[in-house]
Design a protein around this ligand. Structure first.
Ligand code: HEC
Length: 108
């Protein structure tokens, strides 16, 4: 039983790592969505410290500018917690579902 759950866990991790890298910017939007929900939504829902924020809150160019220039100026220490790869993935997710994207979407 223990071995089976261990095998499943290893397969799940392998499948996660094998997810192809997609998107205009080279980030992985699926991983970005997961990371966004896990890391950003803690502060970015209505009533929380950062206020409500969804992919729809900005346009594609505004998202790119935020990740390239602003870098979470409101709380710079946040950015230091994530790898460049993670930020690229989050940027990709937000970009892909921005207000002026093909598939505008709120987050979950
Ligand atoms: C510890 C809490 C916290 C976390 C975690 C956090 N933020 Fe923030 N964020 C804030 C606060 C506080 C502000 C400033 C809000 C304001 O000025 O009203 C802010 C502002 C922002 C803004 C600017 C909002 C605007 O209107 O232009 C964006 C975009 C943003 N955060 C994105 C993110 C992303 C993406 C993540 C995850 C990688 C994240 N934040 C994680 C607290 C947080």
């Amino acid at each position: 039983m223990k071995l089976i759950s261990k095998t499943i866990a290893i397969l799940a991790v392998a499948a996660f790592l094998a997810t192809p890298v997609l998107g205009a910017e080279g980030g992985n939007p699926k991983k970005g969505k997961y990371l966004y929900k896990k890391n950003c939504k803690t502060c970015h829902v209505a009533g929380a410290e950062g206020g409500a924020l969804t992919p729809l809150s900005k346009t594609q160019s505004q998202w790119d500018r935020f990740f390239k220039k602003n870098k979470h100026k409101a709380k710079p220490e946040i950015w230091g917690k994530y790898s460049e790869k993670d930020l690229k993935d989050i940027n990709q997710f937000l970009f892909d579902h921005a207000a002026d994207s093909d598939q505008p979407e709120t987050c979950g």
